[in-house]
Design a protein around this ligand. Structure first.
Ligand code: ADP
Ligand code: MG
Length: 333
């Protein structure tokens, strides 16, 4: 997408903390980004980097222990952080759709797939039973499930993992959302099915023109489909760029490590799959230094003294890092 495209979603300085028995956890730390119409925005980072909590904060779909602050989160001219619950329920599942990682726990085992597809159509779109059933059949066909008429009567356990994920996508698409948030939608699936689901999402995005946020811990998964990528670490965006630019000129040492973790058919011998040593942090306070510094081989004094801001590198690329891979020294900021 071009830089000039209209944002459908604009997030400013989002902050989410959790109250836990062990104290506060700063899960999302001043996250700002936009989502442009029709684009696919990839969100990448290891498990625990704040991807899910960031996206769930947008529609306030978090446990009571969560405190969502900052903002605004502008969507359709409104701040989703200040609209009332009733209004927000109209947005969730209708104008913003979701697909989660595990379709078995997201689908209700005691209701037929048809029932679960028809529910949002009846609730949000006010469709009659007959109309909703026709549309539910169309949706199953759209996501590549054949014999839709018949399959509407089946229950979730009668579908394979890949087919269940297709059903979840169909449900998320039921009300023609403007935005689809897919949280590790292929992680639980085997590689072949994963590829099929990715192809399907690409196809649907092109066909339906919605904007997609695709969360994954695997940069390889979105290499071919994302327009832009945000890399998250410690509840912050540490790098953001158009996908080709990110792969060609990764700037942040964390992004560079993530790229090395992508399995490649060409990799062998000494060039085995790279593992990033150490664990992502659990932050008890808002970061006052670079949260990646303890794991970073390039870190110097400044990295442990100040939290690097996002530095604009031009061409839609920014990075929150004091180290410059080009010179191997400090960045001039
Ligand atoms: P990701 O999706 O990138 O794997 P999450 O967004 O789920 O990571 O989590 C970010 C951070 O927030 C982690 O440190 C996690 O432990 C913390 N967190 C997530 N959910 C809760 C919760 N319900 N209570 C306390 N901490 C949480
Ligand atoms: Mg997650």
């Amino acid at each position: 997408m071009t830089d000039g495209a209209t944002p459908v979603l604009e997030v400013q300085g989002l902050k989410t903390t959790f109250k836990t028995r062990a104290g506060q956890v700063h899960a999302v730390n001043s996250v700002s980004f936009d989502l442009r119409s029709g684009e696919l925005l990839g969100v990448v980072g290891e498990s625990g980097s704040g991807k899910s909590v960031t996206m769930m904060s947008l529609i306030r779909l978090l446990p009571d222990a969560a405190d969502i602050g900052g903002g605004p989160v502008m969507f359709g001219g409104e701040d989703l952080l200040s609209v009332n619950d009733r209004h927000l329920r109209q947005v969730r599942g209708k104008r913003i759709g979701f697909v989660f990682q595990d379709p078995m726990t997201s689908l209700n085992p005691v209701f037929s797939v048809g029932f679960q597809l028809m529910e949002p159509l009846r609730k949000h779109m006010g469709m009659s039973k007959a109309k909703a059933r026709t549309r539910a059949g169309e949706l199953l066909t759209l996501v590549g499930i054949s014999d839709a008429e018949q399959r509407l009567k089946d229950y979730p356990h009668q579908f394979s993992g890949g087919m269940r994920q297709r059903v979840m996508i169909a449900i998320a698409l039921a009300c023609d959302p403007e935005v689809l948030i897919a949280d590790e939608p292929t992680t639980a699936l085997d590689v072949t099915i994963q590829a099929q689901i990715i192809e399907l999402m690409k196809d649907l995005r092109d066909k339906l023109g919605m904007a997609v946020i695709w969360i994954t811990h695997d940069l390889g998964v979105i290499a071919d489909i994302a327009d832009r990528v945000m890399v998250m670490y410690g509840g912050q965006i540490v790098e953001h760029a158009p996908v080709k630019q990110l792969f060609a000129e990764p700037q942040h040492p964390y992004t560079r490590s993530l790229l090395k973790t992508i399995p490649s058919v060409h990799r062998s011998g000494a060039d085995r799959l790279h593992v990033i040593e150490g664990q992502p942090p659990i932050l008890a306070s808002a970061p006052s230094a670079c949260s990646f510094a303890p794991r970073c081989k390039h870190a110097f004094d400044r990295c442990t003294q100040a939290n690097p801001p996002r530095i604009d590198l031009g061409r839609g690329h920014d990075v929150a890092c004091f180290w410059d891979p080009e010179t191997g020294g400090a960045r001039d900021v």
